[in-house]
Design a binder for this molecule. Structure first.
Ligand SMILES: Cc1cc2nc3c(=O)[nH]c(=O)nc-3n(C[C@H](O)[C@H](O)[C@H](O)COP(=O)(O)OP(=O)(O)OC[C@H]3O[C@@H](n4cnc5c(N)ncnc54)[C@H](O)[C@@H]3O)c2cc1C
Length: 304
């Protein structure tokens, strides 16, 4: 029996595990793929305080070691089901069932992909799903943003501060973003909307060199030379596991109060899978600290 089981071995999970293990709680972190979560594929991170530049995988390694140093146990396994109804929670994985007095949900989120042949290979080499993370690497370069919602509009505006030109590629002839954002886009001389268009090809062998765009109304094809492609067509929270078990928003993010408490007693959430504004390593770590501390208080108040 564990005091706390943390589901997900990304920055939120490692920080939650650090706080609970440091509080002398028996902690198990379960990760289904590879330790580190999304940041493992971030080549260079420049916005995690304390590190002017660090690779995501190195930071992940440091976070895991720090949690383990205080006694957290981390294993590779996939959680496939949960029973959260009683005081003692059951966590069912591919290899067995674990019991815990509290559970912290840190399953993260995955960016939606375009599904193009070169997309995965060039991720981190010009293809990015996070303008806040990677935009600064494209100073004075030409880039494109794909998407038409608020995130795509915000990304295009953000990138226009340091990129020389930002193409905004959208499959419709107007943005879905709010009117304020749309007006900012249309009045920004550095942003060039490419309406009724989809990206058909990402060009480049080792780095992004350009894209091929098809106008879906006219079928015309255009090649655009650029060095960065920011894909902003949404994120998918990894919350399927708790569907019908904890309260979710309409688009599947887990709802919580400011103590990271979900609507189920003893079940906490942290990181990108939570309903919130800014999804970054630093906010995932912050959530993890709060969730870990809340789990500790929950156990002590309930004398568990
Ligand atoms: C390419 C890239 C670059 C980025 N660059 C930066 C950057 O420079 N700066 C920055 O601050 N942020 C960056 N981010 C964003 C940052 O990585 C995320 O905000 C952060 O990783 C979220 O942490 P998390 O722990 O909530 O979730 P995640 O990192 O998504 O980790 C969740 C983990 O849970 C696991 N999991 C899911 N379901 C289960 C299950 N059923 N059983 C067991 N395990 C499960 C997943 O495998 C995953 O490892 C970047 C993201 C990407 C993709």
């Amino acid at each position: 029996m564990y005091d706390v089981i943390v589901i997900g071995g990304g920055p939120a999970g490692f920080t939650a595990g650090l706080y609970t293990s440091r509080a002398k709680l028996e902690t198990l972190i379960i990760e289904r793929a590879y330790f580190g979560g999304q940041m493992s594929i971030a080549n260079q991170m420049e916005n995690y305080p304390g590190f002017e530049g660090i690779s995501g995988s190195l930071l992940a390694d440091k976070m895991l070691k720090q949690a383990e140093k205080f006694g957290a146990k981390a294993i590779l396994d996939e959680v496939v089901d949960l029973d959260l109804d009683s005081k003692i929670k059951k966590v069912i994985t591919r290899s067995g069932t674990y019991e815990a007095k509290s559970v912290i949900l840190c399953m993260g989120a995955s960016p939606r992909k375009l599904g193009l042949p070169n997309e995965e290979k060039l991720t981190g080499s010009g293809v990015s799903y996070c303008a806040t993370c990677d935009g600064a690497f494209f100073r004075d370069r030409e880039v494109a943003v794909v998407g038409g919602g608020d995130t795509a509009a915000e990304d295009a505006i953000y990138l226009s501060r340091f990129c020389s030109k930002v193409y905004l590629i959208h499959r419709r002839d107007e943005l879905r973003a709010t009117k304020t954002l749309s007006d900012l886009i249309l009045s920004n001389p550095k942003i060039i909307p490419v309406w009724n268009s989809v990206v058909e090809e990402i060009q480049g062998e080792y780095m992004v060199e350009g894209i091929r765009v098809r106008n879906i109304k006219t079928d015309d094809v255009t090649d655009i030379k650029l060095s960065g492609l920011f894909i902003a067509i949404g994120y998918m929270p990894n919350s399927q596991l708790v569907q019908g078990k904890v309260e979710l928003t309409g688009d599947g993010y887990i709802k919580a109060d400011e103590n990271m408490q979900t609507n189920v007693p003893g079940v906490f959430v942290a990181g990108d899978v939570r309903e919130k504004q800014l999804r970054q390593v630093v906010t995932a770590a912050s959530d993890g600290a709060v969730a870990g501390s809340s789990a500790e208080q929950y156990l002590s108040k309930n004398k568990l």
